[in-house]
Design a protein around this ligand. Structure first.
Ligand code: APR
Length: 259
């Protein structure tokens, strides 16, 4: 099947869907200039060790290093803009009865592109919270209002503990309710569109299998095969920023919606 035929078929399935779930990973933000984690050449884990930067133990061992790395990533997110993939996904919401974005990403590009129903499984890098969760999990802290710490993270204004990014680190639980809602939606989905994830990290990577086992169709957009590809009824082997605008344009035509 040619790419054009695959795009057409994907659009037909999506246009007919009543309960679409879109699972995204770092690949959907790649064309916004943000690095992925496992791309062989420039993935973050090719250059840094996740165990030194993305665990609670790493933060306790060297809060300045971890905080500094997230400040560096936050600055990159601020400089980035939603790319055509984020924008196309946001446009889908107006064309279909249900579109829920379940993202593993901690950047805010889906929000900035205009998507409204978003489940952020791994938190949000632009939010900060008290490391001790002194007023419950999460105790959010507006770091812009805090005195600049000479070195490393600022202190919680309520209890004095260090402030950390509001993201899920390895070994930590996902935000309460997020995974449950995502799993329920995956069970009920008639189509799951999987965009830009290696499918390497649980429990997020189990969601396409939930849809597949419940009889839903899985469509994957990824230039490289992933852990999900084996159960994908359609695999568009192209970057998301190229494929998604064409898919959404075809969905719009099939739905007979205005341009
Ligand atoms: N369009 C679509 N997919 C792309 C693009 C692109 N332009 N560029 C790269 N990809 C694909 C890669 O082929 C890869 O399969 O995106 C995927 C990125 O995979 P990972 O780097 O493993 O990122 P992700 O799957 O989101 O990682 C999941 O791991 O480290 C944790 O918490 C972190 O949320 C992250 C989780």
């Amino acid at each position: 099947m040619t790419l054009t035929e695959k795009i057409r078929l994907a659009a037909e399935w999506i246009a007919a869907s009543q309960r679409l779930v879109v699972l995204t990973g770092a690949g959907v933000s790649r064309e916004s200039g943000l690095p992925t984690f496992r791309d062989a050449l420039d993935g973050l884990w090719a250059r840094y060790s996740p165990l030194q930067l993305a665990t609670p133990e790493a933060f306790v061992a060297d809060p300045a290093l971890v905080w500094g790395w997230y400040e560096h990533r936050r600055a990159a997110v601020r400089r980035a803009a939603p790319n055509p993939a984020h924008i196309a996904l946001a446009e889908l919401e107006a064309l279909l009865p249900q579109v829920v974005i379940v993202t593993q990403n901690v950047d805010d590009l889906h929000q900035r592109a205009g998507s409204r129903d978003i489940i952020a499984l791994h938190g949000a890098i632009m939010r900060s919270k008290c490391f001790a969760a002194c007023r419950g999990e999460p105790t959010l802290v507006e770091v812009e209002e805090l005195p600049d710490a000479a070195e490393g993270p600022p202190r919680c204004p309520f209890c004095g503990s260090r402030v950390r990014p509001d993201v899920v680190w390895f070994g930590e639980n996902l935000p309460a309710g997020a995974l449950q809602r995502a799993a329920q939606l995956a069970e009920e989905a008639d189509v799951m569109l999987v965009v830009g994830t290696s499918g390497a990290v649980q429990p997020a990577a189990s969601l396409p299998f939930v849809t597949y086992r419940a009889g839903g169709q899985v469509i994957e957009i990824n230039p490289v095969a992933s852990e999900i590809t084996a159960i994908a009824a359609l695999w568009l082997e192209v970057p998301a920023g190229e494929a998604l605008p064409s898919v959404v344009e075809a969905v719009r035509a099939l739905r007979g919606e205005g341009a």
